[in-house]
Design a protein around this ligand. Structure first.
Ligand SMILES: [Zn+2]
Length: 148
């Protein structure tokens, strides 16, 4: 049993909304199916900066939500661009039919790799926070180029 405190975070939802509007490959996402929360727990492993969780059918029955995107304290230390990249990554976990989680090894993640490179995420997977932050900085620069 995980011990986590959750807080709704509407700013996360606004950020997600903005990203979906800018990225046609995410326009299948039904935001009303997604709950956005700030959590007080430090995450380990692949998603130390944030994670997308598939909720159960009973939770969906009760709440109308199928996914929860949870951001840990370290996410809030990132700058705006970095937050965008992490959010876009988490949104990529939502399948085309808004029913299941997409794993990283599926082509649907290709766009993230094309845009920012994969090495920043590889560092997260290893749980190397300092390296991940350095790599995310590089990804951020690529992100700026995409925008220009
Ligand atoms: Zn992921």
């Amino acid at each position: 049993m995980e011990d986590i405190n959750f807080e709704f975070d509407d700013d996360l939802k606004k950020r997600a909304q903005k990203i979906i509007e800018q990225e046609p490959k995410l326009d299948h996402i039904k935001l009303d199916k997604v709950c956005f929360t700030k959590i007080d727990k430090t995450l380990k492993g692949g998603h130390i900066l944030g994670r997308c969780v598939l909720l159960g059918v009973r939770t969906e029955f009760l709440s109308g939500k199928r996914f929860m995107i949870e951001m840990p304290p370290v996410y809030y230390e990132l700058n705006e661009k970095q937050k965008d990249i992490v959010m876009e990554h988490e949104l990529m976990h939502i399948s085309k039919n808004n029913k299941r989680l997409v794993e990283h090894n599926i082509g649907e993640f290709k766009i993230i790799v094309e845009k920012y490179g994969l090495d920043w995420f590889e560092a997260f997977k290893k749980g190397e926070l300092l390296l991940a932050k350095k790599k995310l900085k590089e990804a951020e620069n690529k992100y700026k180029k995409v925008e220009d």
